[in-house]
Write a protein that binds this ligand. Structure first.
Ligand SMILES: [Zn+2]
Length: 202
């Protein structure tokens, strides 16, 4: 417990959350009022709950006009890789979502060549890793066939290994995004990613 800060002593940034559903006027009014309170950062809430992506984009753009440029923006619940890339292009900095682990636990892997549902019989004798381009612990050590076997045997390790891979995939995605922003190539990266990623559709 040596490194644990006593409760209340550590400074944790408090973000103001902007609501307003899909009404532009309410979003703007809420953004103006919350920004007036001068928080260290701002959450954009109440989106990513099944509304059309064009509407999400409209709402994000609306509040981004109000949030000061030097303050971080956090799009709550945004988790599909294609949605993250789109939101970064619109100025969003932070994300959180259950997708990598919730889907990992049920055997869905996010990979550089699309989604894999590992329980499928097509992987029964597949000796390849989940993702040939991935350097994570799961991909370096286990085949698709073995992961499928673990799922079908009801082993808890199955969900952990796929979740581990998914978290690695997301960490790499965010790292690639940062690199492309720094080198001025984000627009090209974004275009290519959006053509390649199709995780949202069932
Ligand atoms: Zn992997």
């Amino acid at each position: 417990m040596g490194n644990t800060q006593p409760r209340g002593k550590k400074k944790v940034p408090l973000f103001g959350i902007i609501q307003g559903a899909t009404y532009k006027n309410l979003r703007r009014e809420c953004a103006e009022r919350i920004v007036n309170l001068d928080f260290p950062g701002y959450g954009i809430g109440g989106l990513m709950i099944g509304e059309p992506p064009s509407l999400t984009a409209e709402m994000v753009d609306e509040v981004n006009e109000v949030i000061p440029p030097n303050k971080p923006r956090y799009l709550m619940g945004c988790g599909y890789p294609e949605d993250i890339v789109e939101a970064v292009g619109r100025g969003v900095d932070l994300f959180d979502c259950v997708l990598p682990t919730r889907n990992g636990r049920t055997g869905m892997a996010f990979t550089s060549h699309g989604k894999i549902i590992i329980k499928g019989s097509r992987y029964a004798a597949d000796k390849a890793p989940l993702d040939k381009k991935c350097a994570c612990y799961t991909c370096r050590n286990f085949s698709r066939a073995y992961l499928r076997h673990l799922f079908n045997a009801g082993e808890a390790l199955a969900g952990r290994l796929v979740s581990y891979h998914n978290i690695y995939f997301y960490t790499k995605l965010m790292s690639d995004i940062r690199k492309h922003i720094s080198s001025g190539t984000f627009a090209t990266f974004s275009k290519k990613s959006k053509q390649k990623f199709d995780f949202r559709n069932p």
